[in-house]
Design a protein around this ligand. Structure first.
Ligand SMILES: [Zn+2]
Length: 225
């Protein structure tokens, strides 16, 4: 608790004065451009990695960054967040972000989980794990759970496509889906590149995608802040 108090004091004394104007503007509405679905893992910190400000990223977190397909009964929390993000907020990009050393992925590859709720939740990924095992994969560097995590992040994009709102927005050209993977040891965000057939540094993937769309990778009008 001491650490929490230290952090609060530091925030209120040093950062809050600069945040007041920003939060006053955000007080009645949000308009995030991106939904970021990631693991509950404490080492994955979207705003820090993306340099984003309050109001920019709609974050959905759960163990293993899983997206239930609409045909399974997995509770309504994640489907509700996805539907809200699409229909009410109109996010333009959805990122599903896995990460290295994921406890959820380790549990999927290890002994059966005893805790009921965690076991039931992770069951959602069983079909993905089975598919991954049957792939006849090229050898990849790193531990198996990292390889599974990279695969699962990609599979969740297919799960997202089971949501009618996602499909409709995609068909209108209003929504893009991305599979990312955070390499904790390297503190580097990677992104799946369909062209390269592998994960590449996310900044390279985004720059290439923007160039392909005829947009400048860097917006000269963007102000840091
Ligand atoms: Zn995790």
């Amino acid at each position: 608790m001491k650490r929490l108090l230290d952090g609060l004091e530091r925030y209120e004394d040093m950062v809050r004065p600069y945040d007041l104007e920003r939060f006053a503007a955000l007080a009645k509405a949000q308009s995030p451009h991106t939904m970021f679905i990631t693991c509950a893992d404490s080492r994955v910190v979207p705003d820090r990695m993306l340099g984003s400000n309050p109001g920019e990223i709609f974050v959905v977190r759960n163990v293993g960054n899983l997206v239930p397909t609409l045909d399974v009964d997995a509770g309504s929390s994640v489907p509700a967040a996805i539907s809200f993000g699409i229909a009410a907020l109109g996010v333009r990009d959805i990122v599903v972000c896995g990460h290295s050393d994921c406890g959820g992925m380790k549990a999927l590859l290890g002994d059966p989980v005893e805790e009921f709720h965690l076991r039931r939740w992770l069951e959602l990924a069983r079909p993905d794990v089975a598919q991954w095992r049957g792939l006849g994969r090229e050898p990849e560097p790193g531990p198996e759970h990292d390889q599974l995590s990279r695969w699962c992040a990609r599979r969740q994009l297919d799960h997202l496509e089971t949501y009618p709102g996602v499909r409709a927005a995609r068909e209108r050209g209003d929504l893009r889906l991305h599979a990312w993977w955070f390499d904790i040891a390297a503190a580097r965000m990677m992104a799946w590149s369909p062209d390269a057939g592998r994960y590449v540094p996310a900044r390279d993937a985004l720059s290439a995608a923007l160039r392909e769309r005829g947009e400048a990778p860097h917006d000269p009008a963007a102000q840091p802040g």
